[in-house]
Design a protein around this ligand. Structure first.
Ligand code: CP3
Length: 339
């Protein structure tokens, strides 16, 4: 039993005394202790060393006090396990030296045995569950197949992921083959995470909003729905699609427990588009954490008033920014707890 189960109760749509709160990327560069570890160990060393991943996951829980922990890792461990090389270059971000550009490139892409190739993630979950001592739930996550394809094809971050879209629109058969292999790997990966004790999973479709509503159905949503269908019998599933307000109606009928929304969609529109029944998560503009704590607190109260206290998980509308003062992140979490 989880001692603080507010987050799980909100995902199940139960009546709560106040909404639960956590922040996407809450284990991040705004925390001074995170920066100390970052100086000593490169990014994938932090991901692959269970002791470090555990220490980083627990850091915001002890220092800021959100109602859920999210395992420190990255969505790009999936392509790595599928035999696609991924580096994290300081100042550049994700860097894939051999991107997928043709059907022939798929020859080297495997659907791995996740118990073997991603065992370090499972060890990190075991260790983190011990460290959390059932105080708060632990969230596991994966990227959506489309968002993973974006990196595999583009080879790096991008403002528009033009090469990824070109690949899908000129070589749709190869694109669907890649998306299906990513989906199969992701399902096995998330089920294994549940076996190791995560209490909910979140699918990050960070670049879903790059697609038109029609293309979204074909290249992203179809595969996310497969993931929901496979995971739903075992755990709560949250789908966060950045810029995907147009899909909220389909998402609400998918069997997901909750839907993430970004700050460009009002609470009113999000409730209207999703039909008013499903739990929503979001959607404070991450840049708004630059405002003074008193302003943050006022705006957080306004956000909860608009979404309503029930069927709502307070969060940011995307990951926390690196240069946010710790006091401001604290004000965000405190404001929800004081509601
Ligand atoms: O929420 C958490 O604190 C859990 C950890 C987490 C990380 N990445 C750690 C991380 C999660 C949930 C992610 C998901 C992720 N990774 C996404 C989806 C969510 C989103 O923000 O859209 C994406 C698109 C990635 C790919 C990725 N990894 C990018 C674009 C970057 C940033 C590169 C940069 O230089 O800023 C990363 C690196 C990364 N992943 C960092 C962290 C804390 C920062 C780099 C570091 O710590 O050295």
């Amino acid at each position: 039993m989880i001692k603080n189960d507010l987050f799980l109760r909100a995902l199940r749509g139960e009546t709560v005394e106040r909404p639960p709160v956590w922040m996407m990327r809450q284990a991040g560069r705004y925390l001074p202790d995170f920066m100390k570890l970052k100086e000593k160990y490169d990014f994938f060393t932090r991901c692959r060393t269970p002791e470090l991943a555990t220490e980083i996951t627990v850091m915001p829980i002890e220092q800021i006090g959100p109602d859920a922990a999210i395992l420190f890792s990255d969505i790009l461990v999936i392509p790595q396990a599928m035999n696609i090389e991924v580096e994290m270059r300081p100042g550049v971000g994700p860097w894939l030296p051999n991107p997928i550009r043709t059907a022939a490139d798929l020859d080297r892409v495997v659907v791995p045995d996740v118990k073997d190739s991603l065992s370090y993630v499972m060890q990190a979950i075991d260790m983190t569950k011990d460290a959390l001592n059932d105080e708060v739930p632990l969230i596991g996550f994966a990227g959506s197949p489309w968002t993973i394809l974006c990196y595999c094809v583009q080879g790096q971050g991008s403002k528009n992921f033009d090469k990824a879209k070109e690949f899908c629109f000129t070589q749709p058969q190869a694109a669907h083959e890649l998306l299906q292999r990513i989906t199969d790997t992701t399902i096995a990966y998330l089920i294994e995470k549940v076996n190791h004790g995560v209490n909910a999973v979140q699918v990050f479709d960070s670049w879903g909003g790059m697609l038109s509503p029609v293309d979204y159905q074909e290249f992203s949503w179809k595969y996310i729905q497969q993931i929901i269908n496979a995971l739903k019998p075992y755990t709560e599933v949250i789908v966060f699609g950045k810029g995907c307000w147009f899909a909220l109606n389909d998402m609400a009928k998918s069997g997901a427990s909750a839907l993430g929304v970004d700050w460009t969609c009002s609470a009113r529109n999000a409730r209207y588009l999703s039909g008013g029944e499903i739990t929503l998560q979001g959607n404070f503009d991450p840049s708004r954490l630059f405002s003074p704590p008193a302003t943050i607190k006022k705006m957080v109260k306004q956000m909860i008033d608009e979404f309503g206290k029930d069927k709502f998980v307070a969060n940011l509308g995307h990951g926390i920014l690196p240069n946010i003062p710790v006091e401001n992140a604290q004000a965000f979490v405190d404001a929800v707890k004081e509601y």
